[in-house]
Write a protein that binds this ligand. Sequence first.
Ligand code: B12
Ligand code: SF4
Length: 471
Amino acid sequence: MRIAVIATYTHPTRLSIKERSVMQSAVPELIAGLCPDHAEVELYNEKEDDIPLDRHWDLVFFSYLHAYYEHTKVLSMQFRRRGIRTVAGGRHASYFADDCQRFFDAVIIGDPEANVPALIRDFERGELKPRYCLPFPGAAEIRPYRYDLIDFRSNPVRLPAVEASRGCPFSCNFCVLTGRESYRYRPVQHVIDEIRHKMRWNRNYFGLLDDWFIFLDNNLGGSPRYLRELCTALVPLRKIWGCALTFNILRDEEMVKLMARAGCRYIYTGLESLNPDSIRAMNKGQNQLRDVGAVIRRCFENGILLSFGLLVGSDGDTNEYLEKLPDYLADLRYFSITFLGIVCPYPETPFFTTLSAEGRLLPGTVSRDYDGYTVCHRPTRLQPSEVVDHFRRLCLELGSFTNVARHYRENLLTSYAPSYNFTILGSGREILSIRNPLRNGARRYVAGLDPLEAEDRRMMQELQIPPQYLS
Ligand code: B12
Ligand code: SF4
């Protein structure tokens, strides 16, 4: 049996652009690890390479984010036309299973651990069902990824990744996890064994990235006790790693020191805003903005590059705050931001429910608009067009060479932890990438106003696939 697992992708510019960046979806290697030994499995990641549309498999698993739904439907219907059976899974498929069933042969709701093997067994017996929703068997049952199937030659900077936990204990109003994915973590020894014995390393660049990996967890700090245990077990491995966690963890100096000793050199935290009103509106109370500057310095001094995500367009945002944002960041002597996005009301979130009840969703919004770079609603204190103006200006201002230079000046040589200065130098590229969403001058960033990609539009017409309207 021939199986393909495809992580689909569409770029925020709506142009056909690949992004061979450090972090990629791990779903293909996760699903491959759940397939039986006798299956021949191929992995594809559209963020790195095009999908060979003329190739034949018996079964194709798709993983996608909300904004890639229209495109994934097109791929699925093209494969189905050739007799290939297709399966959709992930958060969007789980929430919109009825809609998905129109375009895929089967839909998996929830985690894949029990569902993928059951689906393959049924498929081999010729009894594929339209829906699978077996419960999660527990985090101890998360299987090691098929690292051996990752092709590091097609993306020379990609790092191998591992999950220690799933879900998150917090309840930010805009997050797709809120109220749906409780915090679950794997036994520490399973994670250590996977890193030690299963993980394959990126051998490009004469071994410079050898022994580097990332934790793909939504929040590696969801349980401080667990994080402490994990870091203690990581110290003797002498690996270099990065992760995402919530800001509250960074206030604990001992924890930051332990993480640094365990090899952590990069932390992403969704700071979202420096405006207390916006933080309140997002229900993100774990982001206490007191002493932000001291927390940032502490990370860098311990050899950890701290990277933020910032959002514009939330209900607390005002013109005044967004105009002054670059000054606030300069006051903090902070210049490295990874994601600058527009807050997105994903349909399964409390934020969507509020906006819908208040009639503040923009008309004509389709799932393609839910990409984190398009205004899909009317904020309380701003017009949608004002959000777009601020977003464009901030992308240009924050993703500038001047900011890279300031970042280097402030943070290089502040620590002599192994690999620290190399990480700081590499992060200049991340700062410049803040501008990437602007690479299509014709893009308007307001839901309903930007057309879908030309090829998807053409195929949707040919295959009679309607868009999914969400407002
Ligand atoms: C890698 C990553 C990316 C990559 C690749 C995207 C991708 N295809 O996953 C890039 C850089 C492109 C990206 C971009 C963005 N991302 Co992102 N990203 C991640 C990250 C860190 C890891 C994803 C991953 O591989 N996880 C490990 C795998 C195993 O887990 P998973 O993807 O969660 O999938 C689970 C289930 O959903 C399910 N599943 C998923 N697919 C399938 C398929 C089948 C067949 C089955 C059976 C099951 C299944 O199985 C997994 C285990 O339960 C997650 C955080 C996280 N920990 O998941 C955020 C996350 C997915 N990203 C998020 C966001 C908000 C963004 C951005 C908007 C950020 C921004 N402002 O720029 C953008 C734009 C996204 C868009 N256009 O919609 C959100 C949710 C987005 C969404 N639409 O649901 C997440 C959950 C982070 C968060 N907590 O906010 N991201
Ligand atoms: S802390 Fe992050 S992952 Fe957790 S609910 Fe908030 S946005 Fe989601």
